[in-house]
Design a protein around this ligand. Structure first.
Ligand code: 5GP
Length: 140
C-alpha cells in the first residue's frame, strides 16, 4: 500500500482546501472533523506523509502522540466531557476512509451517545466555534 498524495488531508496540509484549525506546530496539525461524532471531535495528523499507523515512522509517532494528549485534555475541558475516546483506523477493512494517518480525538459526555462515523456534515460556523473553544482551552 502506498501513500496517495491527492488524499484530502494532504490537500489540507498544502492549504489547497481549508480546515478549522485547532493547533499547529512543525510536525503536526490538529483540526475539526467535518462530520463530528460528537461536539469537539478533532483530528490530529502528522505533516510527514504516511498512510496510517502501519507505515508510519516511529519518530513521527513520537511527535504526534504528545499533541494527541494535549488536544485530548483541552477538548475534554472545553466541552465539559466526562472522558475522551481516541480512535484510529488502518486500511479500509478496518474503517479507514482517508489515507493519511490521523488520530480521532472525541470528547465523550456520559449518556450523550455518538453520531455515526462519517455521518452528517456539520455547519461551518459550529465547527469554527468549537475550534475556538479548544484553542482557548489550549491557552489556559
Ligand atoms: P477515517 O475513517 O479515515 O478514520 O476518518 C476520516 C475522517 O475524516 C472522518 O471522520 C471524516 O468525517 C473526516 N473528513 C473527511 N473529509 C474531511 C474533510 O474534508 N475535512 C475534514 N476536516 N474532515 C474530513
Amino acid at each position: 500500500m502506498t501513500y496517495d498524495f491527492s488524499n484530502i488531508f494532504a490537500k489540507i496540509l498544502s492549504g489547497a482546501i481549508p480546515c478549522h484549525k485547532v493547533h499547529e506546530d512543525d510536525a503536526t496539525l490538529a483540526f475539526m472533523d467535518v462530520m463530528p461524532q460528537a461536539p469537539g471531535h478533532t483530528l490530529v495528523i502528522p505533516k510527514v506523509p504516511s498512510r496510517n499507523l502501519l507505515d508510519a515512522d516511529p519518530a513521527v509517532l513520537a511527535r504526534l502522540f504528545p499533541v494527541v494528549q494535549k488536544i485530548a485534555v483541552a477538548a475534554k475541558d472545553a466541552f465539559g466531557a466526562d472522558g475522551v475516546r481516541i480512535i484510529q483506523f488502518n486500511e479500509a477493512a478496518a474503517g479507514q476512509t482517508v489515507f493519511h494517518l490521523h488520530i480521532h480525538v472525541i470528547p465523550i459526555v456520559e449518556g450523550a451517545g455518538l453520531k455515526p462515523h462519517t455521518g452528517k456534515m456539520e455547519d461551518g460556523a459550529v465547527l469554527a466555534a468549537h475550534a475556538e473553544k479548544i484553542r482557548r482551552a489550549l491557552r489556559t
